[in-house]
Write a protein that binds this ligand. Structure first.
Ligand code: TXA
Ligand code: MG
Length: 340
């Protein structure tokens, strides 16, 4: 397939937005920038188009997609029985990196929700994503625009490297500002449940949802055959090809560990960088969780260029946005955690 590149930075932005919307209206699949990660979009009403998304990504059929909307009218078109808590959260966090799982309307294509009777919905804050949704007039189902299992794409370059030749078009926009995927919270159930941590933190959600439960798949490896609330949590994810370990513990101990390993590399905090003798990549100051989140996926893609046998990543604290970073890293490491 010849993938059209739609450059909305150096090319005419409005023409590009309209072109992307046109392809989507005609059943095509288009990678678009959002503030979290790039998404691979298709009309949420078009089952054939959604199936193409699953094929392009190599995504397991039982892992449902998030539907992206542009205004509250579209929310009513995709979900019903919307609880007051959802309205309160929308008021505070939309547009932005929060996805709410609600009861699904029947007009949504079956494969969007992989047979579930719920739908995950988010209103992105990225102007590019919003303008494409509104130009198409469609709610857009969009998983992250990567090959299933590889680190999520936070730049147009990442998308090209994974999906060139597999999708109708790629919109070349800015790098993503958040860098990790949206927070996913299930609100159709009692008590509400955090399925995936993101930039909207568990602490912030609790101000509206005091009884919020953190799903155990957020921090633990699901057992084989175990039912999970969010199928996306089942899979090994975000993984470099190099064998990856997540390391918890103090700086000195982390530095000693990585210094003792042969033909290995470290992914470390900025303040540790100069103290590590071998191959290394830094991903932000330990206290700057926003930076750690923003750099995370680029760094995971860079690992394989180091040509080492193993990589040791220093884990952040799990509070605030640290929980989102930890959740992605533990999957990248295939749940191999070293506690020092
Ligand atoms: O930030 C984001 O959310 C990005 C951008 C493109 O918006 N999208 C994204 O999509 O991360 P994806 O497909 O990579 O992740 C969707 C997650 C998966 O873990 C999936 O299992 C969960 O949302 N999900 C979707 N629909 C669900 C549902 N009805 N019930 C439970 N979990 C659901
Ligand atoms: Mg994904």
């Amino acid at each position: 397939m010849n993938t059209e590149k739609i450059d909305i930075i150096s090319g005419d932005r409005q023409i590009g937005i309209n072109k992307a919307a046109d392809i989507l209206k005609h059943g095509g699949i288009v990678a678009v920038p959002t503030e979290t990660v790039y998404g691979l979009a298709a009309s949420a009403f078009d089952d054939e188009a959604i199936k193409k998304v699953f094929i392009a990504k190599g995504r397991p059929q039982n892992n449902p997609l998030i539907v992206h909307i542009d205004d509250m009218k579209m929310l009513d078109a995709v979900a019903y029985d919307i609880p007051d808590t959802a309205k309160a959260l929308a008021k505070r966090f939309w547009p932005g990196p929060l996805t709410m799982v609600l009861k699904k309307r029947d007009n949504i294509a079956k494969s969007v929700s992989a047979g579930l009777d719920t739908v995950a919905v988010r209103m992105p804050s990225s102007k590019d994503a919003r303008d494409i949704i509104s130009a198409s007039g469609l709610p857009l189902a969009a998983p992250s625009a990567n090959i299933s299992g590889s680190p999520s794409p936070t730049t147009a370059k990442h998308v090209i490297s994974d999906l060139d030749g597999r999708v109708d078009a790629i919109v070349l926009g800015d790098d993503c500002t958040v860098g990790v995927e949206s927070t996913v919270v299930a609100l159709f159930c009692t008590p509400p449940r955090l399925l995936r941590p993101g930039a909207v933190t568990a602490e912030q959600l609790r101000e509206t949802l005091p009884d919020l439960v953190i799903d155990k798949a957020v921090l633990n490896e699901p057992k084989k055959g175990e039912a999970v609330a969010s199928p996306g949590m089942l899979y090994k994810h975000y993984a470099p090809k190099t064998e990856t370990f997540l390391v918890e513990g103090e700086s000195d101990k982390f530095i000693n560990l990585v210094s003792s390993k042969e033909n290995a590399a470290a992914i470390c905090f900025d303040e540790e960088f100069d103290k590590i003798p071998g191959k290394k990549i830094k991903y932000g100051k330990s206290t700057d969780k926003k930076a750690l989140a923003k750099n995370l996926f680029s760094v995971l893609r860079e690992v394989d260029t180091l040509k080492v046998n193993g990589v040791y990543i220093h884990a952040p604290e799990k509070s605030g946005m640290g929980l989102a970073v930890y959740n992605r890293l533990i999957r990248a490491a295939g749940f191999k955690v070293i506690k020092l």
